[in-house]
Ligand binder design. Sequence first.
Ligand SMILES: C[S@@+](CC[C@H](N)C(=O)[O-])C[C@H]1O[C@@H](n2cnc3c(N)ncnc32)[C@H](O)[C@@H]1O
Length: 282
Amino acid sequence: MTHHKLIIGNCMSMQEIPDEGVHLMITSPPYFNAPFDYKGLFKSYEQYLDLLDRVAKEAFRVLQNGRIAVVNIDDMLVDGEKFPIVADVTKIFQNAGFRYRDRIIWKKPDGYLRISRRSGVLLQHPYPMYFYPDNLLESILIFQKGKFDYSSIPDDIREASKINIKEFFDNKWYMTLWEMVNVLPSSKLEKEIAAFPEELPYRIIKLFSYKGETVLDPFVGSGTTMKVARQLGRNSIGIEIKKSLITIIKKKLGFDRQLNFDDQDDTFEVIIRESGEYGCIS
Ligand SMILES: C[S@@+](CC[C@H](N)C(=O)[O-])C[C@H]1O[C@@H](n2cnc3c(N)ncnc32)[C@H](O)[C@@H]1O
C-alpha cells in the first residue's frame, strides 16, 4: 500500500514535509521564459535562479542523508541569447550542500522537437551567420546529500527492489547518454504542460530508491513522477503551483477510477495552500 500527497502551492517552501522526510527527488523545473510555455513568466534571470536556489535549499532539508536529487533541465535560448542554466543550477545545488555526482544527456529522437525548429532560419537565409541548431538534448543532473549507508536497508527490501540487469543493458541505462522519446505538447493529459516521459522517472526511481520509500517532485506538473512512483510501489509527494492541474494529476495517477491499479488500498491526499506567500495560482 502506498500513499500519494499532492501539495498545491509554491515549492519555494516545502513546509508540509519534515526534515529528512523523503528518499529521492526527481524534478523538471519550468524552462526559463521558453517560447510558448513560459514566455515572460519570470521578470529576470535572477528571479528564475532565486526560485531554484530556494528549491535546492528545501530539497537539501527534506532529503534523507545519503540520498539523491535529480534535476532535468537545460540551457535556454531566449531571443538569440543562451542562458547557462545547467552551469548555474549545478553551482546552486552545490552551494545548498549537495555533491555533484553526474550528468546524463537525454537525447530525443531526431525530429521530435517540442519547441520551434531553429535550423529553419538558415534554410530561409542560406548564408553565413544564420545558424541556430535544433536542440535535441536535455540534461539530467544528479546530486547527492552526503554518503549513503548501504547497511541501512533491510535484506528483504533490498531484494524486492533489485534492478533487472537485462533491462539495464537492453535499454542502455549504463551510459551517460539516454535516448528517450519525449512527450509532445499534443498529447491528451499533458496538453500545455511540458511533461517528461514516464521512462525518465522510471529509470531514476529504480536506480535510486527502494520499495516503500518516498519520492518527491516539487514541480510535479501533470503528475508523471507520482504516477510512476505508484506503479513501482513507492510513496510520492508532488508540489504544483497551479490548482487547475489537480484533476489531471488525479486522473494520471488513476485515482479518479480506483480499478486502474492492482493495489486498491493506495491513498491520495490533496493539500491546498489557498493563500499566503507560498500559495497557489488558479
Ligand atoms: C516542466 S513542468 C513539469 C512537468 C512534469 N515533469 C510532468 O511530467 O508533467 C513544470 C511545472 O512546474 C510548475 N511550477 C512552476 N513554478 C512553480 C513553483 N514555484 N512551485 C510549484 N510549481 C511550480 C508549473 O506550473 C509546471 O506545471
